[in-house]
Ligand binder design. Structure first.
Ligand code: SER
Length: 318
């Protein structure tokens, strides 16, 4: 049985990915790595081992890998796009110095590595519609710069050392479990909380601003399916375009109003978030992921909206 380490196990993706992987591989085979102050709690704490594992400390990562005979690392430590703009040096330290630590451990210890890239790895010169897999990547944010570097370094370690590195370019991920915090696409999560609380939503992203989005269950499945994919079929590695839905604020508002007709939304555009959103593509072409590892999303905007409203209703009104 494979042993897996999740770095950033209590974050937006990690808190759910750890539980799904434990369901698949067995709780004792999936180690929840965390930093002090972000300890796992409840089910995450009780369903398997957890260890302090700061991505900026290569020695600590190596020790955990040796102790648990780790075969694969999901490296999820990162600052999202908006918060990274206020702390660019920290974003680099976590995203790139941290990644180098992970890749060096993977090289010496022999692990596979998954590190997310993002729609944020593209910039204003990138084709906006059906953005190709291989195209211009000149992002204007430190988040994007670190994601492009992530892709390049991960490919470098594969070609030079044979480290099994794989990655997807995640769209904005929407979940009812752990809040994102500090991203440009966060509005598409926050809007559901406002709808359930019966509050008017003030949208920080302007009308007509399209971005790729994905429901978390599809995002988790993408990461796991790519890591389990037959390497002989992979032409690309870091990172694959994946897509599920592309919408603008009014689309998600109308999707919610279908089930909550009294829900109201106004706009108060946040200039930083808007500038970042304007520099990202509207919609990625995920043909390569579909061809090379059979990627296919299961949720569209309506399916996600129904599930989000149902789950949040239970969570917030429990
Ligand atoms: N959700 C991320 C952000 O908004 C993009 O990958 O920063």
């Amino acid at each position: 049985m494979k042993n897996i380490l999740i770095i950033g196990s209590t974050g937006q993706i990690g808190s759910e990915l750890t539980m799904v992987l434990r369901g698949e591989y067995g709780g004792e085979h999936v180690v929840a790595g965390y930093i002090p102050g972000a300890e796992p709690k409840g089910e995450l704490l009780e369903s398997g081992p957890s260890e302090i594992c700061d991505v900026t400390n290569g020695q600590a990562i190596l020790q955990v890998c040796e102790k648990y005979h780790i075969d694969a690392i999901y490296n999820l430590a990162a600052l999202l796009s908006v918060v990274a703009e206020s702390k660019p040096l920290l974003a680099w330290k976590i995203g790139i110095d941290g990644l180098l630590n992970v890749l060096e451990v993977a090289r010496t210890h022999g692990c596979a590595v998954f590190t997310p890239s993002s729609i944020g790895s593209f910039g204003p010169e990138t084709p906006r519609q059906l953005t190709p897999q291989d195209t211009v990547q000149r992002p204007r944010t430190i988040y994007g710069v670190s994601k492009v570097t992530t892709e390049l370094l991960s490919d470098y370690y594969f070609h030079k050392y044979g480290v099994d590195t794989r990655s997807v370019r995640f769209p904005g991920l929407i979940s009812n479990v752990t809040l994102p915090g500090g991203g440009t696409t966060d509005y598409a999560v926050d809007i559901y909380y406002s709808a359930i609380r019966g509050e008017r939503f003030v949208c920080p992203i302007g009308k007509g601003t399209y971005m790729d989005m994905m429901y978390m269950p599809d995002g988790l499945r993408a990461a796991i399916e790519l890591m389990e994919a037959n390497p002989d079929r992979l032409i690309h590695r870091n990172g694959f375009n994946i897509a599920a839905m592309s919408f603008e604020p009014n689309d998600i508002y109308e999707a919610i109003r279908k089930y909550r007709p009294d829900f109201e939304m106004t706009y108060e555009v946040d200039p930083l978030k808007q500038a970042i959103a304007n520099s990202w593509p509207d919609r990625l072409d995920d043909t390569c992921a579909r061809q090379e590892w059979d990627w296919a999303p299961r949720y569209d905007l309506d399916g996600m909206t129904r599930d989000m409203l149902e789950k949040l209703e239970k969570k917030l009104h429990a």
